[in-house]
Design a binder for this molecule. Structure first.
Ligand code: PLP
Length: 389
């Protein structure tokens, strides 16, 4: 839902206040060549702690999705704050996150050989869990997992409204669960769902959450009727994160983007500007065309995702010039419309852009720069960068 005009004005005002009150200027970070990804440790820490506190308060286990940061150090911070384990999408990410020693949930159908091989290798840790939604996946796992190793936990993925992966009815989830029980190498751990379709304003999520909860309840009832046990019911996403306690039946959540937030969560009103920890710092390199400037961050730094709550806002939020609009991206050029700006950025000046979708933006760089609580800069590697298989 688009922001109302007065809310947009408030957002611009907040950005200017935040900019004025900032204790540092990105122009002072001139030892680092632009474009680079800057993470504010104060905000990062607050985001990690807030989610961990919420989960503790509501007796929900937290298994953050590491696809957002792909960083061992940030994963370790999430674990230190109380996460019970980590979620990954692809087995390559699992191999990287293995170094944390945390229990890992592979939230992706185990179908391709590379995925199955990784699961066979990682199972010896004893705490691997996999989400799946087909007999084919169970059969492939059965064929690759050697006898007499530790069991691999399996969660049956159910669709609660997104329509991506997940079986669509309780008969199917029950039958797959029974097939898992019959497989000696697998352990039936429970159910898995992803409320990625719930993007309403936080205080308008009651109805969609009730609908998703009803779907989940039907699966759980069918499992009970068939003598099947769901010890884990895994759900959660960033837009619905702080309403997760309303989804009766789930035992754990897997939010990812919350750790940094982005222009999507900001404009969807799922966070405040002060909760956005990540920005791409970029330099103005041209003002040749009146009414616009060009920065050295294009689609190879910002990623090309549109802002799904408000596509008209362009490709990110310019913190220092909130009236500006990143109207177009080519690979190495960001084209910024400054016609509505009261002040104009000058050639050579640096500005900070909050990307629309932080997850693909992180995956475009080898390192993130953490501006520490003490004001120094620390390099954080994007350890699982490019692990798409
Ligand atoms: C299966 C699954 N779980 C959890 C998440 C985390 O969602 P978010 O980034 O909204 O927190 C994602 C994101 O794509 C996902 O695909």
């Amino acid at each position: 839902m688009p922001l109302a005009q007065d809310e947009e004005a408030l957002l611009l005002d907040n950005a200017l206040t935040l900019h004025r009150e900032r204790t540092f200027d990105v122009n002072d970070l001139d030892g680092l060549a632009t474009p680079f990804l800057l993470i504010d440790e104060v905000i990062l820490t607050r985001n990690i702690e807030r989610m961990a506190d919420y989960c503790r308060e509501h007796n929900l286990a937290l298994r953050p999705h590491t696809k957002t940061h792909k960083s061992l150090e940030i994963a370790r911070r999430q674990l230190a704050a109380g996460a019970v384990g980590l979620t990954v999408a692809k087995p390559g990410e699992a191999r990287v996150m293995d170094e944390t020693g945390a229990s890992l949930l592979i939230a992706y159908p185990p179908i391709i050989p590379a995925c199955l091989t990784a699961i066979e290798e990682l199972r010896w840790r004893g705490d691997i869990i996999v989400a799946l939604d087909s007999f084919v996946a169970v059969e492939r796992l059965e064929s690759i997992l050697s006898r007499n190793g530790p069991g691999v936990g399996a969660l049956v993925d159910i669709d609660i409204g997104l329509g991506r992966t997940g079986v669509s009815n309780p008969e199917a989830s029950t039958q797959i669960a029974e097939r898992i029980v019959a497989c000696a190498e697998l352990r039936l751990d429970g159910l898995f769902c992803y409320p990625g379709h719930i993007t309403e304003l936080p205080d308008e999520q009651g109805e969609p959450i009730a609908r998703a909860t009803e779907v989940l309840r039907r699966h759980l009832d069918a499992w009970v009727a068939n003598g099947l046990q769901a010890t884990i019911v895994s759900g959660g996403s960033t837009p619905s994160a702080y309403n997760s306690h309303l989804m009766t039946g789930i035992t754990e959540v897997r939010p990812g983007s919350y750790v940094f937030n982005d222009a999507n969560t900001l404009r969807g009103r799922h966070c405040l500007l002060a909760d956005c920890a990540a920005r791409i710092v970029t330099t103005v390199v041209s003002d040749a065309v009146p009414g616009q400037v060009i920065v050295d961050a294009g689609s190879k730094a910002l990623a090309r995702d549109q802002c799904f709550p408000q596509p008209v806002t362009g490709y990110g939020f310019v913190l220092e010039y909130p009236e500006a609009r990143v109207k177009s991206l080519s690979e190495e050029h960001g084209q910024i419309d400054i016609s509505q700006c009261s002040r104009k950025p000058r050639i050579g000046e640096r500005v900070s852009i909050i990307p629309n979708h932080i997850c693909p933006a992180v995956n475009l760089t080898d390192v993130m720069w953490l501006r520490t609580t003490g004001g120094s800069l620390k390099e954080l590697r994007v350890d699982a960068r490019g692990m798409v298989r």
